[in-house]
Design a protein around this ligand. Structure first.
Ligand code: FNR
Length: 414
C-alpha cells in the first residue's frame, strides 16, 4: 500500500514498474555496449526468449473467500528466516551499470533483507560490500578457478565476510557465444572490469606478480583504460613498494592476463566437489542445473542446494527454458534439498508461478541491474520492493496467505 500511496502522490518514477519500461529506461541511461553486455544472451537469444515464454505457458487460477487478511511472504533458508522469497542472483561487472556497482547493490540488499549473492566477477571486492551490510544476509558465488590456491582463498574470504552459503556456478566454465558483445568486440574483463575479487586476493596477486616480473616493461602496451588505472592504483595502495604507482607498470595487464588464465576450469567432474567440501563449512549450492539427472547427482553428491538456472540464456542458445525444467527437477529432488530458481523472472506474478512449481526462493537477475543503472542503491531497492509488493498482492488475490501455501494447485498449463 505504501507503493500505491507513493504512486498516487506522484513521487517521480525513477524506477519504472513495468518490466519493459524498466529495461527501456535503463537502455537510455547506459552506454550501448554496457546495455548490450547486460541485456544480451547467447546466439540468436532463443533460450532467453524460451525463459520468458515458459512463464506464459503457466497460468494462475485465483481462489476466493480464503481469509488472506494476514499474509506472510517470509521463507526459511539454511536456518535463517528471510522476509521475502527472493535472492539477488550473482551478477558480475556491475560497474557497467553504476560507478558504486556491487556496493550499491549491497546497500539495497541490506535495506530489503534480500540475500545478495556476491559474484566472483564483481566490480568491488566482497569485503567492501560486506562492510556496508551490517548482519544482512549475503552468499558468495564461486567461479571455480583453475588455481587451487585462488579457490581456497576465495572460500576463506567468503567465510570471513559472513557469507552464509557458497553458490558454485557450473554453467560458465567458458563464456557462451554472445553476438552482441562479439560484434562490439567487447569483453569487459579484457578492459580490467569485473576482476576486483581477484585483484584484491593475495593468492591471485602472487600469480599476477610472478607474471609481471616476467613481462618486459618496455613492450608496447594498449592505452590503459580507466578501469585498468583504478585497478593499478588500488593494487599499489595494497602492496606499497611492490608495484610502482607509475602507470607504465606492467601490473594491470599481468592481472588481466592472469585472470583470463585462471578464472575457470573446464575439466571439473562430480568427483571434484569433495575438494570444496574439505575447504568450507558453508552450505554448497550448485547453480546452473537443468537436467533432472544432474539434480539427482547433486543430491547423491551431498550438496545442500541447487539453482535451476540457465544463466539467463547467456550460455547455451537453444537450451530449454529454465521454468520448463523446474517441475521435473522438483519432482525428482524436491524435499531432499532447497531448489532455487532464476532465469526469466520479470514480475512478482512470475515469482508466484515458480514458487507454485516448487522453488524455495527466486533469483532476480537483470531487472535489478536496470534498477542499479537508473538510481544506484535506491534503484535496486525499488526493483526488489516492486517484486515483493506484486508477489504479496498476487498471493492476496490468488488466495495464498503463506509462501508454503503456494502450490501447483494454483496453476494450469496451457
Ligand atoms: C549474470 N549471471 C551470473 N551468474 C553467476 O553465477 N555469476 C556471475 O558473475 C554472473 N554474471 C552475470 C552478469 C550479467 C550481466 C547477467 C545478465 C547475468 C547470471 C545470473 O546470476 C542469473 O542466472 C541470470 O541473470 C538470470 O536470468 P535473467 O532473469 O537475468 O534473465
Amino acid at each position: 500500500s505504501r507503493i500505491y500511496r507513493n504512486g498516487a502522490l506522484g513521487v517521480p518514477m525513477a524506477t519504472p514498474r513495468s518490466p519493459d519500461g524498466l529495461e527501456r529506461a535503463a537502455r537510455r541511461r547506459m552506454s550501448a555496449r554496457a546495455f548490450a553486455y547486460v541485456a544480451g544472451s547467447a546466439g540468436a537469444e532463443r533460450t532467453a526468449r524460451a525463459n520468458i515464454e515458459a512463464f506464459d505457458r503457466w497460468q494462475i487460477v485465483p481462489r476466493m473467500l480464503r481469509d488472506v487478511g494476514e499474509r506472510d511472504t517470509s521463507v526459511e533458508i539454511f536456518g535463517r528466516r528471510h522476509p521475502t522469497p527472493f535472492l539477488l542472483s550473482p551478477i558480475g561487472v556491475q560497474e557497467l551499470a553504476h560507478p558504486e556497482a556491487d556496493v550499491a547493490t549491497a546497500r539495497a540488499a541490506a535495506a530489503t533483507g534480500v540475500p545478495m549473492v556476491f559474484s566472483s566477477q564483481a566490480s568491488r571486492p566482497m569485503e567492501e560490500c560486506a562492510a556496508v551490510m551490517g548482519d544482512a544476509a549475503r552468499w558468495f558465488q564461486l567461479y571455480w578457478s583453475s588455481d587451487d590456491d585462488v579457490v581456497v582463498s576465495f572460500l576463506e574470504r567468503a567465510e570471513a565476510c559472513g557469507c552464509e552459503a557458497l553458490v558454485v556456478t557450473l554453467d560458465t566454465h567458458v563464456l557462451g557465444w554472445r553476438p552482441r558483445d562479439l560484434d562490439r568486440a567487447f569483453l569487459p574483463f579484457a578492459h580490467g572490469m569485473g576482476i576486483a575479487q581477484y585483484t584484491s586476493d593475495p593468492a591471485f596477486m602472487r600469480l599476477a606478480a610472478a607474471r609481471a616480473d616476467k613481462t618486459d616493461p618496455n613492450a608496447p602496451r594498449p592505452r590503459p583504460t580507466l578501469a585498468a588505472i583504478r585497478t593499478l592504483l588500488a593494487m599499489s595502495r595494497r602492496h606499497p613498494g611492490r608495484f610502482s604507482d607509475n602507470l607504465r607498470s606492467p601490473m594491470p595487464r599481468a592481472a588481466v592476463e592472469t585472470f583470463l588464465d585462471v578464472f575457470s576450469r573446464s575439466t571439473l567432474t562430480w568427483d571434484d566437489l569433495g575438494f570444496l567440501r574439505e575447504h568450507t563449512t558453508l552450505p554448497i549450492v550448485l547453480k546452473g542445473i537443468q537436467d533432472p539427472h544432474d539434480a539427482v547427482r547433486a543430491v547423491d553428491a551431498g550438496v545442500d542446494g541447487i539453482v535451476v538456472s540457465n544463466h539467463g540464456g547467456r550460455q547455451v542458445d537453444g537450451a530449454i527454458g529454465s521454468l520448463t525444467v523446474l517441475p521435473e527437477i522438483v519432482a525428482r529432488v524436491g524435499g531432499a534439498l532447497p531448489v532455487f530458481f532464476d532465469s526469466g523472472v520479470r514480475t512478482g506474478a512470475d515469482a508466484f508461478k515458480a514458487l507454485a512449481l516448487g522453488a524455495t526462493a527466486i533469483g532476480i537477475g537483470r531487472p535489478y541491474m536496470y534498477g542499479l543503472a537508473l538510481d544506484g542503491a535506491a534503484g535496486v531497492e525499488a526493483v526488489v520492493d516492486h517484486f515483493a509488493a506484486e508477489l504479496d498482492l498476487t498471493m492476496a488475490l490468488a488466495g495464498a496467505s503463506r509462501v508454503g501455501d503456494i502450490d501447483a494447485g494454483f496453476l494450469r498449463h496451457r
